[in-house]
Design a binder for this molecule. Sequence first.
Ligand SMILES: Cc1ncc(COP(=O)(O)O)c(C=O)c1O
Length: 466
Amino acid sequence: MAFANSGNGMNSTGQGHNSASFDEAAKPRSMAAYLREQRVVPGGSMRASAWFKPHPPYAARGEGCWLIDLDDNRILDCLNNFFSLIHGHAFPPVLEAVRKELEKGTAFGVPTESEILLAETIAERNPRLEQTRFANSGTEAVLHAIKGARALTGRHRIAKFEGCYHGAYDWVEVSLDPSPENWDDALGNPASVPYNTGTPASVLAETVILPFGDPERCAEILRREGPTLAAIIVDPHPSRPGTIAISPVLVDLLNQACRRDGIMLIVDEIVSFRLAVAGATKMYGLEPDLVVLGKVIGGGLPIGAVSGPTERMAVYNHTEGKPKVALAGTFSANPLSMSAGIASLQHFDEAAVQRLNALGDDLRYKTSARFAAAGVQAFVSGVGSLFRLHVGKSSVVDYRSSSATKEQAVVLRNIHRGMLERDILLTPFCSGALSVPMTANEIDLLADSLADITIEEMNASPLKVR
Ligand SMILES: Cc1ncc(COP(=O)(O)O)c(C=O)c1O
């Protein structure tokens, strides 16, 4: 597909707008911003995982599910600041809550009532999450949860699933993106593969890798390694291993292995908390010792949190002398993030969750029907409001089966660009998240565009099943 002006030039209300194209000439202001930023920021953008060539559009502002770029294009935003903006952009109750809080000051070196309210809101949604401590990002929450697990068990090693992303802590970055050349060890188990250049060998030795789609192999590995592990960290709906749900067999295995060997089960709900009022932990029957939260609980402001039963959370208690683990920071529980999170969760109630999840089902249903009718091998995976397009496959169970071949990667790249030409923003992996302001109109636009472009690309590619 040409990287040129072939968009429909219409926004959701059917009115024409400046340009639907993503050719550079149609985005002179974004291009100028990119060239300028390159001089002072390595790579010319802070949004590394959402970067693509020649450069992403630069945002000027947002309205609900629409992002308006510097060149005044209205773009349907399925990136939602990395799935954190459950109510889309500039949600009035969040703006009002933040404005009110802002008048009082931005941050204090003593507690505020806002942190009590957000911790209470989380506990009301899921009674297992009795206590919470706040950080400023999911990465921080994950590293504090792992430190907590180490202090609770007196062990150092952790286990994580191949291909799963949990932020930028060294241990959880292991085997984030292994390839067929290095993903097996000499015994045929998933290898511990460094992600960053310079990862210490000790980090690799302290990180056991599990295959998300093979519970039997997981059971084998855990029988061997279990007694040495401080924690197993799992995302019940991981994006890189396919944007698929954890299987009931794996849920049982993790619950049992953790109980048997005294391992702390850390559930990463930083993305999946949006799937149900109480989060995906409860939905899938996981019995976590600690849960890490982020994204939607901050209403669009920076946030991370570790939550869990009081007995486990005592590891962070600083009132009885030095805490076993110090979980704090200059801007932790800052009242602006707290108030944005409270307003956001208050409006993301059962009815809103159900409605949004049903829109995700519609998207999957509509695209499947179109792919089947066109005879192309492609499908949209996901649960609720999370989705991801796969081409040249009919199912995925883990990181390996969902990894794109070179040909599939080319097709996905063209589809991503084709969507942008229609003013629809997905991640460069062709995944996305729906937001509450989306209606059936936006889902139709999204499903039709995704189906049209995928069918066109697949028909033009050797991947087409004839
Ligand atoms: C599942 C998961 N865990 C952890 C993180 C890290 O969160 P943050 O970017 O807030 O550090 C992310 C971020 O995308 C994530 O998707």
